[in-house]
Design a protein around this ligand. Structure first.
Ligand SMILES: O=C(O)CCC(=O)C(=O)O
Length: 251
């Protein structure tokens, strides 16, 4: 079992247009609020800068000339079109099969990977971060990525290691300061698959899937909405606290 599911062009061009408009509206509103208001700033041990405003965290591109947003999370509360995806049966039905129960929200995210400046996501599993917040409940969380633009090798389409979720938490990189990334020396890159697909496609995979994505060095944006689902009735990420000490439980 590869553990991932690609649903090509699940959303129509009209629906993708609506989602892109919502994403860009939210982006503009959040950036303007951050420029004119008080934000809560955090700088991670790897130098990445985060600012909280309007119930979302802006993660800035670490190396872009000028300011560029890498991601916003959570994001679905900022626009009704984005909120509506939580009850979209084309997402919830396959997710319920993947997770094995009725599903509810855990967290939503909007990744921008802007033209020319969108940076790499290094090899990681989503699991360690979620485990620090949710403990063992993190084993039951999975992500649906809604592609708002065509995903190509050149613009940094998702690369994953099929079947890697079956090996559980992967050995983490001892040289990386956050402790959240997989040790790249322990990844068999020969097994990697890069998932290219047109806009409107959806890629689903569990939190234990080892994955990365390359920088976007093309002249066009590669935007994605990430909806992380869990068994219905559990607390969302925003209600939980990050406890880095839990990392000591993991390899
Ligand atoms: O959007 C991407 O390319 C990578 C997303 C990802 O791995 C993440 O947000 O954890």
């Amino acid at each position: 079992m590869t553990g991932y599911l690609l649903l090509p062009q699940l959303f129509t061009a009209t629906e993708v247009g609506r989602l892109r408009d919502a994403a860009e509206q939210v982006h503009a509103e959040v950036v303007s609020a951050a420029e004119s208001g008080e934000t809560d700033v955090t700088v991670w041990s790897d130098g990445h800068r985060l600012e909280e405003i309007r119930g979302t965290t802006i993660h800035w591109e670490p190396d872009a000339p000028g300011k560029a947003v890498r991601s916003l999370a959570p994001v679905s509360h900022l626009h009704p079109v984005l909120a509506g995806l939580w009850s979209e049966s084309r997402l919830t039905s396959p997710m319920a099969s993947l997770i094995g129960s009725a599903v509810g929200p855990f967290v939503s995210k909007l990744n921008f990977k802007r033209a020319g400046v969108g940076s790499e996501f290094a090899w990681h599993q989503d699991f360690p971060y979620w485990y620090c917040c949710a403990g063992d409940a993190a084993y039951d969380i999975a992500t649906a990525i809604v592609m708002l633009d065509d995903n190509t090798v050149e613009n940094g389409a998702m690369t994953l290691i099929p079947g890697s979720h079956r090996d559980g938490p992967a050995p983490r990189d001892p040289l990386e300061p956050t402790g959240l990334f997989v040790d790249p020396r322990r990844v068999d890159a020969d097994l990697a698959v890069t998932v290219t697909a047109p806009a409107g496609s959806v890629l689903m995979f569990p939190g234990l899937m080892v994955h990365r994505s390359a920088p976007n060095r093309t002249a066009t944006d590669r935007r994605s909405l990430l909806y992380c689902f869990q068994p219905a009735g559990r607390p969302e990420l925003s209600a939980l606290t990050y406890d880095a000490e839990r990392l000591a439980d993991l390899p």
